[in-house]
Design a protein around this ligand. Structure first.
Ligand SMILES: *Cc1c(COP(=O)(O)O)cnc(C)c1O
Length: 225
């Protein structure tokens, strides 16, 4: 096995174990591989290993990799980065799922009544720092209502990144509470996108349905430009 294959297998084993110890079915948890800063060739290797969910956090990189890998027709591309409204259309064209919708302006910029609906999540800020991405937890339901009213967007649930200065489990509990409020807006909004290389076990214990895992699978990221 290559190093990539063995890291992928190891992470998948840990996901299954964490799911079972939380009394959950591992089959209900999606593992998305975050490939930012890595070349398209790595995404192709992951596809060969059976990976079908890939995430990027910059629009230009997402668009470039997707264009380079058009032949991988069954790949689902997820966008997890901050969105500028002038780039929202390009994000929409390249992504099947947008995890990082955190304000009304982005909801409107992502809309495209002529296109098939895409899946979107409300990104929640679990820190006290308003500069970090995400809507404040108390405003998540209102943003969810705006998304639910947009015909070309499908409200799927919530997304968050754990703060650095707090136990991830405590933060993910708050996210689970937000997820309940968002589900009250639309019963189909059942996704909780949480858990990265360092904290996916805690995220699974708190109900995460979509894990975004980078370095634990890909190895260290090349330096960014
Ligand atoms: C980079 C990134 C990840 C993956 O982080 P790792 O620590 O490498 O697993 C997950 N979510 C978001 C939003 C990211 O930007």
């Amino acid at each position: 096995m290559t190093t990539l294959a063995s890291r992928l297998a190891e992470v998948d084993g840990s996901i299954a174990e964490a799911a079972r110890s939380a009394g959950r079915d591992p089959g209900e948890i999606a593992r998305i591989v975050v490939t930012k800063f890595h070349p398209a060739a790595l995404v192709r290797q992951l596809h060969d290993l059976g990976v079908r969910d890939i995430a990027e956090n910059r629009q230009q990189e997402l668009t470039a990799k997707r264009d380079e890998l058009v032949d991988l027709g069954d790949m689902r591309w997820h966008f997890v980065g901050q969105i500028q409204s002038k780039k929202a259309r390009a994000v929409r064209r390249a992504a099947s799922v947008v995890h990082s919708v955190d304000r009304e302006k982005i909801v409107h910029a992502l809309e495209d009544p002529a296109a098939d609906p895409i899946d979107v999540l409300v990104q929640v800020n679990l820190t006290d720092d308003p500069q970090r991405g995400g809507v404040a937890p108390e405003h998540a339901s209102r943003l969810a209502e705006t998304i639910a009213a947009a015909d070309s967007l499908r409200l799927r649930g919530v997304m968050a990144v754990a703060p650095l200065d707090e136990r991830p489990a405590a933060a993910f509990e708050r996210l689970a509470h937000c997820a309940e409020n968002v589900r009250a807006v639309d019963a189909g909004a059942t996704w909780i996108s949480a858990g990265m290389s360092q904290d996916f076990v805690e995220a699974i214990a708190c109900g995460a349905t979509h894990l975004r895992i980078g370095t634990a699978i890909t190895g260290p990221r090349p330096p960014q430009d």
